[in-house]
Design a protein around this ligand. Structure first.
Ligand code: ADP
Length: 350
């Protein structure tokens, strides 16, 4: 087996219980060296539990966690968090307020020689864009700067894996939008393997190579952001990631589905002819076209700057959403022509 194929982190058959609540069920996950993974899912789906189990703060009922070839949890082993060589960054930044930025970053380096620790801290300060800020105290930094110090502190001892538990969610939206890709680029440059927990798909898309969409303590899909969005493996993933609506359809033949918006053909279908399906339609699959024979009734509209998002009721009573550019300013109650422009047909058995 080549080095490329050997996973850095291998989670196998992991089950975690809180008394009578099962939080994770036979979960499998593997992560290659240098990959950035996001655990994405709604509140309560088990993201933090998985992170805490990997970090060693959570006992496991069954299964194994192996990092860099070492068994951390399972088969009677439960290595203490401080021996796992895993760094963590939390939502509440929790820098030591009485220590300078430099001392905060050096906190985990007490076993290093003074010279090596100093070199490491200076390197990390410049890596996170805070060279010259070493003598400041945490309260003299902005929220984004504090979070970058927390990141530098977590990776200072050269961990095998970095775990990020919603570290950006306390920051305002504009700062988050700038910081997330910046941190991802920084981790990539350093070759650091990391897992981010998030319930925000935009954050997941901006951060991760791979996204694991979680639901009820299981991973429903693990793939790239593109695959998650355009080829969701389940009804839940389609609905959770991005906007869209299900409308009733029926399979015409091995390549075609018919629905109120017309016939959709798109590659080979995995359904038998006549089968009833729900077609998942995203707002960007629907084009506003005055010449279209298919009309819909505008029931709501939202201005989003560059475009409007209209909710449109069809003759069947089903609703779909439609983006138009913001010059197409129609009123609620108006009928407008729409047509389907679907590149990726998504349909699930009814
Ligand atoms: P997420 O991070 O995705 O919001 P969690 O991992 O925190 O989800 O929770 C997963 C499930 O475990 C939820 O049903 C939650 O209520 C339950 N849970 C989490 N922590 C505890 C706890 N300390 N005691 C009992 N149940 C818990």
């Amino acid at each position: 087996m080549t080095e490329q194929q050997t996973a850095l982190l291998e989670v196998t058959n992991l089950t975690v219980d809180y008394d009578s609540t099962r939080a994770l069920t036979s979960l499998d996950l593997s992560l290659q060296q240098g990959q950035l993974l996001c655990l994405l899912g709604p509140s309560g789906c088990g993201k933090s539990t998985l992170l805490r189990a990997i970090a060693g703060f959570q006992d496991v009922a069954a299964g194994r966690i192996v990092l860099a070839g070492q068994l951390l949890s399972g088969a009677g082993i439960n290595l203490a968090p401080e021996h796992r060589q895993i760094g963590m960054v939390f939502q509440d930044i929790a820098l030591f307020p009485h220590l300078t930025v430099r001392a905060n970053i050096a906190f985990g380096l007490h076993q290093w020689s003074a010279d090596d620790a100093q070199r490491r801290v200076e390197y990390l300060l410049s890596m996170v864009g805070l060279a010259g800020f070493g003598e400041r105290y945490p309260h003299e930094l902005s929220g984004g700067q504090q979070q970058r110090v927390a990141l530098a502190r977590a990776i200072a001892p050269k961990c095998n894996l970095l775990l990020l538990d919603e570290p950006f969610s306390g920051l305002d939206a504009a700062l988050r939008e700038a910081l997330v890709p910046e941190v991802a680029a920084l981790l990539k440059r350093e070759g650091i393997t990391a897992i981010l927990v998030s319930h925000d798909q935009k954050e997941a898309f901006a951060f991760a190579d791979q996204i694991a969409v979680m639901h009820h303590g299981e991973i429903e899909q693990l793939s790239s952001a593109y695959e998650i969005y355009h080829k969701p493996a389940s009804r839940f993933v389609a609905d959770f990631v991005g906007e869209g609506d299900f409308i009733a359809g029926q399979v015409v033949d091995s390549h075609q589905i018919t629905c109120i918006l017309g016939n959709i053909s798109n590659g080979k279908l995995d359904f038998e002819t006549g089968c009833k399906v729900d077609v998942f339609v995203r707002p960007d699959d629907i084009l506003h076209d005055d010449g279209s024979p298919i009309k819909g009734h505008i029931v709501s509209k939202r201005f989003r700057g560059t475009h409007f998002l209209y909710r449109i009721e069809l003759a069947s009573g089903e609703q779909v959403a439609c983006f138009t550019d913001s010059h197409h300013d129609h009123d609620i109650g108006e009928d407008i022509g729409i047509k389907l422009n679907m590149e990726h047909l998504l349909a699930f058995r009814s």
